[in-house]
Design a protein around this ligand. Sequence first.
Ligand SMILES: Cc1ncc(COP(=O)(O)O)c(C=O)c1O
Length: 378
Amino acid sequence: MKPFSKPIYITRPLLPNREAVYRKIDEIFDSQWLTNNGPQHKHFEKVLVDYLQVSQLSLLNNGTSALQLACQALRLSGEVITTPFTFAATPHVLYWNNIKPVFCDIEENSWNIDPDKIESLITPSTSAILPVHVFGNPCNTESIKKIAERYGLKVIYDASHCFGIKINGQGIGTFGNISTFSFHATKIFNTIEGGALTCNDPTIKMRVDLAKNFGFQGEESVIVPGINAKMNEFQAAVGLLVLNIIEAEMEKRKKLTRIYQERLNEIKGITFLDKIDKKVDYNYYNFVIRVNKDKYGKSRDELYEELKKYNVFARKYFYPLCSEFQCYKNYPSSSSENLPIAEKVSAEVLSLPLYGNLTDGEVNKICDLISLIGVKLQ
Ligand SMILES: Cc1ncc(COP(=O)(O)O)c(C=O)c1O
């Protein structure tokens, strides 16, 4: 089989119409207001509250800042229990808040933090649980809530992958004390760089809004030691435009996901997250497979390398585990005995190309390649 004539990357940013962007730029230039809660920001925040079905929302310059400010707003300290199967930002924000990340193993089927393994990691220093809804698949929020209530812990959900997701019609940003979103260019919804923090408590929003602007209350009074985490007018304007096309993008990705699922179902040793709960309105952000070398004939790494020869650039998300990073690998909770499932899953996952402009034909060809590569070495 011939390689693709152009590189096929794991994703492409969802770009709004160019003319519409130029019109937005005109609006911003006319307003002469570039950042600091300008008209685009105000409007975007309002419409996002409705779209995400949350009660409180603060726009921020990125998803990492959202996590940072969540830790600050909840006054977290000591230790926080989190997952190693996530992007680097999740444990890093704990470290930057002088909090020790404690890694908990994940569930084999959801790839999310395993609630059954949280309790044994709780110590007198534990202040919170920081689960991640990995790839937009919601965590077991009921069980996590029960544990948090039993031990008086706060819960921050890293919902970076969850734009638009609802559970039983309820916005995913309403679970836990705080949820955080990333609007990075590679996410299904983007503001180039950007993010948001959502919660149910207006006091938390007030704290975050103060902290994201150096702690200023009015012109002359600084009441907390804040930071600069503001979303600017250009980001907010892009967000407003991308919001107009997000539903269509999700539909396209859903259709392509169905092709992947039908085709890859036929290949021995290739599995994927097909058990997303029926109660969940999913966003089809990405499509991640697991490769079982014994059944498929090649390892995840071999498949990844072979695909590259055909101009297909898949990514190993999440590999390595955060607990394997130089800065965390000596933590007691990073031991292999503590994280057997996470280590196994991380060695087998591969994120395949998925974005609205990918064609049915391209997805079918990627499936043909996966089939061929497996057979070649069997
Ligand atoms: C799970 C997770 N958490 C946090 C982040 C950080 O978000 P950002 O890149 O917007 O700072 C990302 C993505 O980049 C992510 O995937």
